[in-house]
Design a protein around this ligand. Structure first.
Ligand code: DGJ
Length: 391
């Protein structure tokens, strides 16, 4: 009897050991890695972080720092109200762009009533840049004050000593108060306009082109909604935003510490109704991608180029090609990411908004390729990886 029992125990132990060995082998095999880890982009599909949760960083942008990519974005919540800031700005990190670790909330909303970033305000399109001179991480974002819809049209600043935060809210403002665009014709300064002009009429277009709304906001500062940051090769940083009731884009220079506006700015495409600006530079040429203004619904993207950030900017049409190109593949630009260590490799980052359940919003990442004339083009891929840039 005793002998039978000990043989059975031995056999059970052997079986357990074998099972453990098989499990260990499976976990270490390359196949299992493919199951556990991402190694491609699947635009429009659920995008899991390393905790297997859909990434929550909408309207985002990426900072590359010390060999790591940091993705900052709007932390959305489920259902009605999920587009207002209930939590704050989220941050994820990655070394390969496929696998993202949740680094938590970089900038939390405030529970203090009356704070600019009070819970329930609107915090959109956060972007972070690193300032070499001060050693600080500088975040700017589009801010709408709680309970005011989209009327406030402000840009806001938060700063941190650590890339993942916490970021400290510094201020919000309408930029370039009492500053004329630096290329603004002398003869138009303080011209009187008929503010009752009917929208979209030829006279109204002419007045918008000349800067009627910019003059309207001259004293208190220019409206700033959808925004972008861009750091040039010489370390100068620029704040690009939709202004003048979303009719005209402004490009403004930031101070050396990136924490203020110098007052130097230009207006581009007055009356062009451009939102969602995303800027990149290749071979000395600046490319600016934008969308039209149709709320959360997608529309046709536009691309512009210029030899200087101060223009002149030239329209190049829609960079998207193929089926659904007229809707930017059901997305809206948020950032264009230069891929480190690869030549001429840029990723279009767009949002596919789901306003009825904002937390479900999807990410459309696609490679930017260049046609024979050198023009950037964006094709749809169901699935792709970074090796596309090696061809
Ligand atoms: C489009 C903008 O690009 C988004 O960031 C957001 O502001 C929505 N409009 C709101 O309708």
């Amino acid at each position: 009897m005793r002998k039978v029992k000990s043989t059975t125990t031995f056999k059970t132990q052997l079986a357990c050991f074998a099972l453990l060995a098989i499990v260990t082998l499976i976990r270490c095999s390359p196949e299992s890695k493919e199951v556990k880890y991402n190694n491609s982009f699947k635009p429009g599909k659920i995008c899991l972080d390393t905790d297997s949760v859909h990434i929550n960083a909408h309207g985002g942008g990426i900072l590359y720092h010390h060999k790591t990519y940091y993705w900052f974005g709007e932390f959305k919540t489920a259902g009605q109200g999920g587009n207002t800031a209930q939590v704050g700005v989220s941050c994820y990190s990655s070394t390969d762009l496929y696998n993202w670790k949740n680094e938590g909330i970089a900038l939390p909303v405030s529970s203090e009533p009356g704070s600019d970033i009070e819970k329930g305000s609107v915090i959109e399109r956060p972007k972070v840049i690193y300032n070499e001179k001060t050693g600080k991480f500088v975040m700017w974002f589009h801010l709408e004050l709680k309970g005011q819809g989209y009327e406030a049209a402000r840009t806001a600043l938060a700063v941190s000593n650590n890339v993942t935060g916490p970021y400290t809210f510094v201020k919000s403002l309408r930029p370039n108060a009492q500053e004329w665009p630096f290329d603004y014709p002398e003869e138009l300064k303080n011209k009187a306009y008929d503010t009752e002009l009917k929208w979209w009429t030829p006279d109204w277009y002419k007045a918008i082109d000349e800067g009627m709304f910019m003059q309207r906001d001259f004293e208190g500062g220019q409206m700033a909604r959808d925004m972008q940051l861009f750091v040039d090769d010489d370390g100068k940083a620029y704040h690009i935003h939709s202004s003048e009731d979303n009719l005209t884009l402004h490009i403004s220079e930031l101070t050396d510490d990136y924490q203020d506006f110098t007052g130097k700015y230009i207006r581009i495409f007055p009356g062009g109704h451009n939102e969602a600006p995303a800027l990149f530079k290749k071979d000395g040429i600046y490319y600016l991608m934008a969308s039209g203004c149709t709320g959360w619904d997608p529309n046709e993207a536009r691309l512009f180029d210029a030899k200087s950030i101060w223009g002149p900017w030239k329209p190049l049409g829609n960079p998207c090609v193929g089926e659904e190109a007229h809707l930017t593949f059901h997305s809206q630009s948020t950032y264009i990411l230069p891929v480190q260590g690869k030549k001429d490799a840029f990723i279009y980052m767009g949002d596919r908004w789901t306003p009825e359940n904002p937390i479900d919003g999807r990410y459309i990442w696609l490679p930017i390729q260049f046609d024979e004339s050198g023009k950037p083009v964006i094709n749809w891929y169901d699935e792709w990886n970074l090796s596309i840039f090696d061809n």
